[in-house]
Design a protein around this ligand. Structure first.
Ligand code: ADP
Ligand code: MG
Length: 259
C-alpha cells in the first residue's frame, strides 16, 4: 500500500433502481487500520453502497478504488481476491455442513470456483491463502480457537445460535485473508455475551492491521468502538468524522429525529 493511499476510496457513487436513487453521489474514504462505522436511517443507501463496493451491483456512476486501484464494476470474486471481503449470511446449503466444513470451504467460496487454485502461489504477496489442505486445516483450527468455536467444529452450522452464526460468518470472511472487511449489521440478533466476543475479535483484527467498514444500528457500539463514522442520508454522505463530532452534529440529529 502506498503511503497515504486509503485502502478504500469511493467517489461520486450512484445506483438507481427503477428511478429510485438508492445511492446518489456518495463519496468517502476508509483509512487504513480503522474501524469505520456507517450509520443512517433505513433506506439511506448503506446496503446498496456495500453491494456496489463488493461487485454485487454495478454502479451507474462513480468509482471505487482499493489501495488506489480501480475495482469499479469488477466481479465479486475478483474484488475478494484483491483483498476486500464482506461477510455473508450462512446459506442454506452450508447449514447442512459442519462448522469445520464451512471454514474449510470458506476461501474457495469467497474467491469463486476455480480462483482458489489460481491464487495458490500467493499472488497478493502477503500471507498467502493456505498452500495445501494441511496448511488450510491448520489455519482453520487457529481460526476456530481464536473465535472460541473449536468445541462446535463438528456441529452443523444450521444448529448454531444467531450469535455463533455471526462469529462463523466473520471467521469465514477472514479466511480469504482480506485487507478490508465490510460488515453489514454483524451484531443483529446477537446476545450480549457473543456481541462482546465479536467486538473483541473485530478489535484484535484491527490491531493486526485489518481495516473495517461496518454498518450498525446500535449507536453505543458505533460511538464506543469506531474511529470514524460516516453518516448516510438519502443516498449521500451527510457528515463524516470522529464519533464525538458526529454525535453532536445538528444535521445528524435532524436526519434521525426529523424523520
Ligand atoms: P439501507 O441499507 O441504508 O437501509 P438500502 O441500500 O437497502 O438502504 O436501500 C436504499 C433504497 O434503495 C431504498 O429506498 C430501497 O427500497 C431501495 N432498494 C434497495 N435495493 C433495491 C432493489 N434491489 N430494488 C429496488 N429498490 C431497492
Ligand atoms: Mg441495509
Amino acid at each position: 500500500t502506498a503511503e497515504g493511499t486509503p485502502p478504500l476510496r469511493v467517489e461520486g457513487l450512484q445506483k438507481s433502481f427503477e428511478g429510485i436513487r438508492a445511492v446518489d453521489g456518495a463519496s468517502f474514504s476508509v483509512e487504513a487500520g480503522t474501524l469505520t462505522g456507517m450509520i443512517g436511517p433505513n433506506g439511506a443507501g448503506k446496503s446498496t453502497t456495500f453491494d456496489c463496493i463488493t461487485g454485487f451491483h454495478t454502479p451507474d456512476g462513480g468509482t471505487v478504488e482499493l489501495d488506489g486501484r480501480p475495482i469499479t464494476g469488477h466481479a465479486p470474486h475478483e474484488i475478494a481476491q484483491a483483498g476486500l471481503v464482506r461477510t455473508f449470511q450462512i446459506a442454506r446449503e452450508l447449514e447442512e455442513m459442519t462448522v469445520l466444513e464451512n471454514l474449510m470451504l470458506a476461501p474457495q467460496h469467497q474467491l469463486g470456483e476455480g480462483m482458489w487454485r489460481a491464487v495458490l502461489p500467493g499472488s497478493r504477496g502477503r500471507r498467502s491463502v493456505a498452500a495445501s489442505e494441511r496448511e488450510l486445516r491448520e489455519t482453520v483450527w487457529e481460526t476456530l480457537d481464536r473465535f472460541e468455536l473449536s468445541h462446535l467444529a463438528d456441529e452443523y452450522a444450521g444448529t448454531l445460535s444467531g450469535g455463533q452464526r455471526k462469529l462463523l460468518e466473520l471467521a469465514r470472511a477472514l479466511l480469504a485473508d482480506p485487507d478490508v472487511l465490510l460488515l453489514d449489521e454483524p451484531l443483529a440478533g446477537v446476545n450480549p455475551t457473543l456481541e462482546k466476543r465479536l467486538l473483541e475479535r473485530i478489535e484484535d483484527l484491527r490491531a493486526d492491521g485489518h481495516t473495517f467498514l461496518l454498518v450498525e444500528h446500535d449507536m453505543d457500539v458505533i460511538m464506543t468502538h469506531c474511529d470514524r463514522v460516516i453518516v448516510m442520508n438519502q443516498g449521500d454522505v451527510l457528515v463524516e468524522g470522529p464519533p464525538e463530532t458526529v454525535r453532536t452534529n445538528e444535521q445528524v440529529i435532524e436526519a434521525y429525529l426529523g424523520g
